[in-house]
Design a protein around this ligand. Structure first.
Ligand code: ZN
Ligand code: ZN
Ligand code: ZN
Length: 366
């Protein structure tokens, strides 16, 4: 199946889902749903780009005239409707939606400036988030998508392995962050999404932004990094320590490795998302650090770095073949240090397919 056929097949499945939900039209602008269904990513600008996908008709991509040269034609996936600087794209979209539409799904990340005007222009239609249509499709990755995720994972694996031979002590977090970013791009990613470098006490803040703090001897350093390669995301966390780790650091890390390993093995088809979370949590709690594991165990990954399915208490969704997600338990000591270990895993009939293979032991660096 070539990409055009693949896009047409995805749109056909979106239409089936719209049938089930009695949604007349799907409207997509910025965000990952649009490239998923058209192969085209909207420019995040004040000029509106919007796919109008009616349940029973042809898809039309409404695009500013000056951006039309960026659009690759996709026969069978959409027709192009360009708008010139003096036209009103909202009127064009409203015209394509039509006065009979009663139920419209619009991209979850569409800007309010467009959503509010579209709502005014089609007052009879009730609006829903597009994810009710697209999430059940996107959450199951096909083999092409799994291979794209695997390639992205291998690229950041190489970065993680290389950094084990690099000095950390005496450098600022920002300097190390820049090195991670450069290497992510060198290994084939088109974009760096984040490169968290949390040294010493900063590591206790799970989403810490790299700062001017100089990494000291004895510091534990959380490095959580990833980007986008051929449209699909990578996301990995590895732990570094400057010089010999203390017995406490070793013990906490051993517990974390054990929790992560068991959660990965638990991620089999049919197991609920919350059961995988509970597996990691049980082990960390038994080690005495239950209240230090302050976030969910993982998130789905694909065209977006965080998407369905979320491995969190309360999510009873059973894992299906093709579900792709992170498993990233963490243990945090405010004011002292933090630790997290993260790999991307795909649920499959042959068991959990762990995409990352970079060494997982504590990296002792200079
Ligand atoms: Zn995160
Ligand atoms: Zn991460
Ligand atoms: Zn993650």
């Amino acid at each position: 199946m070539d990409l055009n056929e693949q896009l047409a097949a995805r749109q056909a499945r979106a239409r089936e889902r719209m049938d089930e939900l009695a949604i007349d039209v799907l409207l997509l602008s910025v965000g990952a749903d649009l490239p998923y269904l058209t192969g085209y990513e909207a420019m995040p600008l004040e000029r509106l780009t919007m796919l109008v996908l009616p349940r029973g008709g042809e898809s039309i991509l409404v695009v500013p005239e000056l951006e039309a040269p960026r659009v690759e034609p996709r026969p069978g996936a959409f027709e192009l409707r360009t708008w010139s600087e003096t036209e009103d794209p909202i009127a064009i979209v409203a015209g394509l939606v039509g006065p009979a539409a009663r139920s419209v799904a619009i991209g979850d990340q569409t800007w309010a400036r467009f959503v509010l005007r579209i709502q005014d222009a089609v007052p009879a239609a009730r609006m829903h988030p597009a994810s009710v249509v697209t999430s059940p499709l996107r959450v199951v990755k096909d083999s092409t998508e799994v291979e794209a995720l695997r390639a992205a994972a291998h690229a950041v694996d190489a970065v993680g392995a290389e950094m084990r031979g690099r000095p950390f002590g005496g450098r600022t977090e920002l300097d190390i962050h820049r090195e991670f970013s450069d290497r992510i791009l060198e290994h084939g990613h088109e974009r760096v999404n984040f490169a968290i470098v949390g040294s010493g006490p900063n590591g206790a803040s799970p989403h810490h932004e790299a700062s001017a703090r100089v990494v000291n001897d004895g510091d534990v350093v959380v490095c959580d990094f990833g980007g986008t390669m051929d449209g699909y995301c990578s996301d990995i966390t590895r732990m570094f320590v400057v010089g010999e780790p203390s017995a406490e650091v070793r013990d906490v890390y051993d517990l974390l490795v054990d929790a992560q390993e068991h959660a990965v093995r638990a991620a089999t088809v049919g197991t609920s998302c919350e059961a995988v979370d509970a597996t990691a949590r049980r082990i960390i709690a038994a080690g005495g650090y239950g209240d230090r594991f302050i976030h969910r165990t993982g998130h789905g990954i694909g065209l977006e770095a965080h998407e369905d399915p979320y491995l969190v208490s309360g999510n009873r969704t059973p894992l299906e073949p093709g579900h792709a997600f992170s498993i990233e338990p963490g243990i945090y000591f405010p004011g002292r240090f933090g630790m997290r270990l993260e790999d991307i895993v795909v649920a499959s009939d042959d068991g959990p397919d762990r995409l990352n293979a970079a060494p997982r032991d504590l990296a002792i660096v200079g």
